[in-house]
Design a protein around this ligand. Structure first.
Ligand code: DQA
Length: 146
């Protein structure tokens, strides 16, 4: 079982970026926690981060050929990207969207997710824990348990 974890723009700056909103945990620390969970679950994870929309779309296409499920934080593209929505729809594997923050408790324009409607589910507001729950969820979905 391979799970692709795809991170969008500005998430490379976690730890220093708006710590009042996103906390002080870095992407590297989140990735370490995901890798530890993967080991515990006996699965493989392929983690990436891209700042541009095209690279995120390429990563989704690649996951569609090589992975069993996708965990994606499209970050700022969440609220605008028809192209990432279409890419998620185009691949034959399930996806779960994650957010560190609770996007429904923030600015009105963050309340709409263009990308979550192409996913099986969405988990947000729990910081790094959102990713860990999403990995557990996608494994259950890919194994047909949910
Ligand atoms: C985010 C929420 C988005 O609205 C924002 O643009 C991000 C991070 C989150 O994880 O909380 O970059 O996806």
């Amino acid at each position: 079982m391979i799970v692709a974890v795809i991170n969008g723009p500005n998430l490379n700056l976690l730890g220093v970026r708006e710590p009042d909103v996103y906390g002080t945990v870095t992407l590297e620390q989140i990735n370490e926690r995901i890798e530890a969970l993967a080991e515990e679950l006996g699965i493989e994870v392929a983690i990436c981060q891209h700042n541009s929309e095209g690279e995120i779309i390429d990563a989704i296409h690649q996951a569609g050929c090589e992975a069993d499920g996708i965990v994606i934080n499209p970050a700022g593209y969440t609220h605008t990207s028809v192209a990432i929505h279409d890419a998620l729809k185009a691949v034959p594997i399930p996806a779960i969207e994650v957010h560190l923050s609770n996007i429904l408790a923030r600015e009105d324009w963050r309340h709409r997710s263009m990308t979550a409607i192409a996913c099986e589910g969405i988990i947000g507001g729990l910081g790094a824990e959102s990713y860990l729950l999403a990995v557990r969820g996608i494994v259950a979905l890919a194994e047909g348990q949910s």
